[in-house]
Design a protein around this ligand. Structure first.
Ligand code: NAD
Ligand code: TYD
Length: 365
């Protein structure tokens, strides 16, 4: 998108962790007008977006990406320049318990969004007055490195041409949606882009994922559950670096391409947990408590992938993106954010944010 034109984005899943960080960043810098379509599942939290309550350029719509009529209506009404698809069921442990929901949202929902977007894009192409908008239109699909499977200790990091080998139901559903996005480019010529990113962390992450779970348990003196031997490796990226990469791919990415995004930051789980304990012992000491003593090794996750690592040299070389935040600074800021936002944490932990959703939206899906 060029500097002078301020685009409209239909963002899906923009009340979740990464989507909300993206929306906040776009609005704080006035870079785009946002229509935010979110089903507000347990992972969607409108309180994260409270600073945008009076912002006329952000509109939160509660709804499902799988709702054909709603999506078509939003596209025709708001005429977005891009669809940015964050909406997903995103937690591996939940996918092990309930894979069907993951297929429904991540596969069927994405297919519906693609199909509605194709219809909208075709309508734009037939209207002379909308030629520019049609040429600008992009469908950006936000995906994960987990589609590539698991690495051995000395394997090279995942590249864009690494064959897909998803192992969890979550990863399989995301892989499937990535294939559909690819197929819409090759079959219909739709202007799509896909990003595959490593593990994110930062403000507003729901405390079912490793880093916020450990921060909050450690603060509250609860056990810190580490799966298996704690030697699984993840490549951690601070969430705003991911958001900037997505904005850049939207602006400059080559149609039909995929871009790997990563933190160049491989850590074992046990080292992540230990570092969080050390930061908290400094920032929020509790007399007589060494938080490392709370670490508890628990039964391993089924099919637990051993190692993820991302080669993000393509996005660096072609678009000039590199992560700005180091793990040390990013983790410090993240711990500080959870310490400084007890109301957000309290509402998430007590489920009060869901009461708010119920009062505002009733039981409508
Ligand atoms: P999240 O679980 O925090 O948020 C997902 C959001 O999607 C929630 O607001 C939820 O209400 C919404 N949603 C779920 N089903 C929906 C539906 N059917 N229709 C509309 N909205 C729906 O997830 P996240 O961590 O913010 O991840 C966002 C995207 O980024 C996902 O596609 C995920 O696969 C991908 N991703 C995440 C990570 C990570 O580390 N968190 C890493 C790489 C890629
Ligand atoms: P998670 O945050 O669930 O992300 P993902 O499974 O998508 O990588 O988990 C990150 C790593 O931390 C993963 O190897 C599983 C591990 N883990 C624990 O050891 N304990 C926990 O309580 C959780 C939630 C995760």
């Amino acid at each position: 998108m060029n500097q002078t034109y301020r685009p409209v984005f239909l963002v899906t899943g923009g009340a979740g962790f990464i989507g909300a960080n993206f929306v906040l960043r776009m609005r704080q810098n006035n870079l785009a007008k946002i229509i935010n379509l979110d089903k507000l599942t347990y992972a969607g939290n409108p309180q994260t977006l409270v600073s945008l309550a009076e912002d006329p350029e952000h509109q939160l719509v509660r709804g499902d990406i799988g709702n054909t009529e709603l999506v078509a209506h939003l596209l025709d009404k708001y005429q977005p320049d891009a669809v940015v698809n964050f909406a997903a069921e995103s937690h591996v442990d939940r996918s092990i318990l309930n894979p069907g929901e993951f297929v429904q949202t991540n596969v069927v929902g994405t297919l519906n969004l693609l199909d509605a977007s194709r219809g909208y894009w075709r309508r734009l192409s037939k209207d002379q007055a909308n030629r520019d908008k049609c040429n600008r239109f992009r469908f950006l699909h936000v995906s994960t490195d987990e589609v590539y499977g698991s690495l051995g200790p000395t394997d090279p990091p995942f590249r864009e041409d690494t064959p897909y080998a998803p192992n969890s139901p979550y990863a399989a559903s995301k892989a499937s949606s990535d294939h559909l996005v690819r197929a819409y480019y090759h079959t219909y010529g739709m202007p799509v882009l896909t990003t595959n990113c490593s593990n994110n962390y930062g403000p507003y992450q729901f405390p079912e994922k490793l880093i916020p779970l450990i921060i909050l348990n450690a603060l509250q003196g609860k056990p810190l559950p580490v799966y298996g031997d704690g030697q699984n490796v993840r490549d951690w990226l601070y969430v705003t670096d991911h958001c900037d990469a997505i904005a850049l791919v939207l602006e400059k990415g080559k149609l039909g391409e995929t871009y790997n995004i990563g933190g160049i930051n491989e850590k074992t789980n046990i080292s992540v947990v230990t570092t969080i304990c050390e930061i908290l012992d400094k920032l929020s000491p509790k007399a007589g408590l060494d938080r490392k003593s709370l670490i508890t090794f628990v039964k391993d996750r089924l099919g637990h992938d051993r190692r993820y690592a991302i080669d993000c040299s393509k996005i660096d070389r072609e678009l000039g993106w590199k992560p700005k935040e180091s793990f040390e600074t990013g983790l410090q800021q993240t711990v500080q954010w959870y310490l400084s936002n007890p109301e957000w944490v309290e509402a998430v932990q007590s489920g009060a944010y869901q009461t708010w959703i119920h009062q505002n939206y009733g039981d409508r899906k």
